[in-house]
Write a new protein. Structure first.
Ligand code: AMP
Length: 532
């Protein structure tokens, strides 16, 4: 009685086949760096991806080999997602914001054979070409000045080809985590894991889009598979609006002109958008859903978007989890909650999407499972079919013996399954044997109107082991002093959480993906001492 259903491997080319067949004329808009715009469609993306398959075959690219991109968001970049995977290859999206040493390392480690890049990144190519030992072919997305142009390269072929036959457990994509210590680590996504992640991600409780939706993904295509949007978008036939520049004025203009209903990005994207709207009096009347993730969405941001009638999907995930793990979505009792209570819920990181499971374990022994009681805080672990088992070229499994992956995050799970992230295991501050959340401290500090940015780190203390020190960037023109910050924090956090010192700095260091780099901050202040 077994195997009575058709053999149908879950491979990503089914997504583009479906999009071209069922939503073929649905268009995509690209706004290029020079201000020009071009239009494509799901049908043209598929045709161009098949041309790329032919072009890769002509270069002798074989199954499993890596094809890298160094590019912003645009429809030609989308073509390479399907073209590389459709040729049986592995698309390696490189983050151009990484440092040269990291860029050198990852392209060599990945053994990329082809690199397709935006002309804007020509200086990176010029600096690193001699150090990249495996790249044989350079192709430029938008200009043929230094390398063959992408359009010419695929234009030599007619698209009359078939996708490479692959197994659903074959790799289709490679992303490196920007890791705060050591070399970046590669995460290999498989056809099956990508398909399952896409199918869960498009549901109403997650990205919540359909064929009427117009999606402007601000999250870059090189960051954690652009949260799976290029795959999930094809399954639903959304219209994509891409911008090669992340300037708020450009994004706002595109959103209004193209009728963007859905967008997704890290919190800083929305900060810039608010500033632009405040300065110009513009609004985003057509936006229905903002997906925010990558780092915690601040309360005022959630409130402001929700007051405008925009649904905020606050999501948590990692490169290692494809990336979506949890998303905040309205629960059955949503309508009975007050506005403030709804904001309280959205401020947390949401609930697991179908397909993954979460648990927290004791931070000291890393094994004792903690209750889902809304109070116990522990190391967050996750498992599921799109969660990493092993890093690229690593011998050991990233998951522990019971098949759970250690996320490095610290959180609380509430009785209804809602995840509340409180810190990173490396950043949580241990004072007198008790844990202090650095993230909660800095979020509370950021609520002060004169604080532009704040970061809390644990500094060695002779009596308490560690005590929090808060580093603060003042808003321009503000005359804020340490006592003002402490007074502001007093009603918001436990007394013993109050920082031992508040230090004002001109800037706080960030990682290549725009997150606060606590490691760099700690290095910068390695000589800092607290008295007993
Ligand atoms: P990356 O692999 O670069 O996407 O980074 C993943 C990490 O970003 C997670 O392990 C979290 O520490 C952090 N992160 C992602 N989403 C959120 C969120 N909604 N709130 C707080 N931190 C987040």
């Amino acid at each position: 009685m077994s195997r009575a259903m058709q053999d149908w491997d879950l491979v990503v080319t089914q997504l583009i086949d479906h999009a071209a067949r069922e939503h073929g004329s649905r268009e995509h808009v690209t706004r290029w760096a020079d201000g020009s715009e071009t239009r494509a469609s799901w049908a043209s993306v598929r045709r161009d991806a098949l041309r790329m398959v032919q072009a890769l075959r002509a270069l002798g690219i074989r199954r499993g080999e890596r094809i890298a991109t160094l590019a912003m968001n645009h429809a030609r970049h989308l073509v390479t997602w399907y073209g590389a995977a459709g040729a049986g290859g592995v698309l390696h999206t490189i983050n151009p914001r990484l440092f040269d040493e990291q860029l050198e390392y990852i392209a060599n480690h990945a053994e990329d054979r082809v690199l397709i890049y935006d002309a804007a990144f020509q200086p990176i190519i010029d600096r690193l070409r001699s150090k990249w030992t495996t790249i044989e072919h350079y192709i430029c997305f938008d200009s043929g000045a230094h390398a063959p142009s992408f359009e010419d390269w695929i234009g030599a072929f007619d698209g009359d080809a078939t996708w490479e036959a692959v197994d659903e457990r074959d790799p289709c994509m490679l992303c490196y985590t920007s890791g705060t210590t050591g070399n970046p680590k590669g995460v290999i996504y498989e056809h099956r894991s990508t398909m399952l992640h896409a199918l869960s991600g498009i549901q109403r409780h997650c990205f919540n889009f359909d064929a009427q939706s117009v999606m402007l993904p601000v999250v870059p295509m090189f960051h954690a598979a652009s949260w799976g949007l290029p795959w999930g978008g094809a399954a639903t036939g959304v219209k994509f609006v891409y911008s090669c520049v992340n300037d708020a004025a450009v994004l706002c203009d595109l959103m209004n002109r193209e009728g963007v209903t859905h967008s997704a990005g890290v919190p800083t994207v929305w900060l810039a958008m608010f500033q632009h709207c405040d300065a110009t009096g513009r609004e985003l009347p057509r936006l229905k859903q903002a997906t925010i993730g990558g780092s915690a969405a601040p309360r005022f941001m959630i409130e402001r978007l929700m007051r405008q009638g925009i649904r905020v999907a606050h999501a948590w995930g990692m490169t290692e989890t494809s990336p979506i793990g949890t998303v905040g979505a309205p629960t059955h009792d949503w309508d009975s909650k007050s506005f403030e209570e709804q904001v309280d819920v959205v401020q947390m990181q949401g609930r697991p999407i179908f397909g993954v499971e979460l648990r927290t374990v004791d931070l000291d022994d890393m094994t004792t499972e903690l209750p889902r009681d809304g109070v116990s805080s522990g190391a967050l672990q996750i498992r599921g079919p799109w969660v990493i088992k092993r890093y690229f070229k690593a011998d050991e499994d990233a998951a522990n013996a019971e098949g759970w992956f250690d996320t490095g995050d610290v959180g609380i799970i509430h009785p209804d399954g809602t995840l509340q992230l409180t810190d990173r295991t490396k950043d949580v501050i241990k004072s007198g044997g008790e844990w202090i959340s650095s993230v909660e401290l800095e979020n509370a500090a950021m609520g002060h109107p004169d604080v532009a940015e704040a970061a809390a780190v644990g500094i060695y203390h002779p009596k308490w082991d560690e005590r929090p020190v808060l580093f603060v960037v003042r808003k321009e023109g503000a005359a804020l002093v340490a006592d003002d910050v402490i007074e502001h924090l007093k009603p918001l956090v436990a007394k013993w959480w109050l920082p031992d010192a508040v230090e004002f700095v001109d800037a706080i260091p960030h990682t290549a993906t725009g997150k606060i780099s606590k490691k760099d901050l700690r290095d910068q202040f390695s000589d800092y001492r607290l008295e007993a």
